[in-house]
Design a protein around this ligand. Structure first.
Ligand SMILES: [Zn+2]
Ligand SMILES: [Zn+2]
Length: 222
């Protein structure tokens, strides 16, 4: 078979160990390259690489001054060159087979949650891309999810400063009933966690329906 990332043939000697392993769409070299983490001091909560003189994560401090935080944030892949290229190809060049590659890095923690809610993409982005990059990974892994959030208008935020983003109104709507979330263990899933604003705005909506806990899973942390 061909590696989905480098397009080289994956040669596997069949032995008693890998005979029973699930077939994977990634060669060992690409798997190692993608799962590498850059060295350096990281925020213990959001996993951002911090400056050497930074004692408190400024992103987390800013967000916790405005929003109730999640219980935890799990990040599957560090956002270095190989991972950036993976997401660029996956999101912007229509290489949707790469959903299988991202899905390889998911483990079985989904079983610990009552409700798994993806951050949705805007209708405009869906029309332009033709697929939702977050739910497609969940589907590749066979994870059942609940599309309880919808976007009003999620404008491109990358060019805006933090304060400007915070001033914008919450772009999400809840499409479920109170009892769908009340007391439940919720996992909120996003593709790339940048400043965390999007995830926190989504949680702000979810918290209005009194969930038990909310944890966040992000495929990568910019
Ligand atoms: Zn490869
Ligand atoms: Zn942080």
């Amino acid at each position: 078979m061909i590696c989905y990332y480098c397009h080289e043939a994956v040669r596997k000697e069949v032995d008693i160990v890998n005979l029973f392993k699930k077939r994977v769409p990634l060669c060992d070299g690409c798997r190692d390259a993608l799962s590498r983490w850059r060295a350096g001091k990281r925020c213990g909560f959001c996993h951002r690489l911090m400056q050497t003189d930074e004692t408190v994560c400024l992103d987390c401090r800013f967000l916790s001054s405005r929003f109730r935080p999640p219980e935890s944030i799990t990040c599957l892949l560090d956002y270095h060159g190989a991972v950036k290229m993976l997401f660029h190809r996956y999101k912007f060049t229509g290489d949707c087979a790469l959903a299988e590659v991202v899905a390889m890095f998911l483990d079985s923690r989904f079983r610990e949650y009552d409700v798994i809610i993806p951050i949705p993409i805007s209708k405009a982005r869906m029309e332009e891309r033709g697929y939702d990059q977050t739910t497609m990974v969940l589907e590749a892994k066979g994870v059942a999810y609940s599309p309880f959030l919808e976007t009003k208008t999620r404008s491109r935020q990358s060019g805006l400063g933090k304060v400007e983003r915070a001033r914008r109104e919450n772009p999400f709507l809840l499409t479920c009933r109170h009892e769908d979330l009340a007391g439940k263990r919720i996992l909120l899933v996003d593709d790339i966690y940048t400043t965390g604003m999007t995830v926190h705005q989504a949680m702000e909506k979810l918290y209005t329906f009194s969930p038990g806990t909310i944890d966040v899973l992000t495929f990568s942390k910019a």
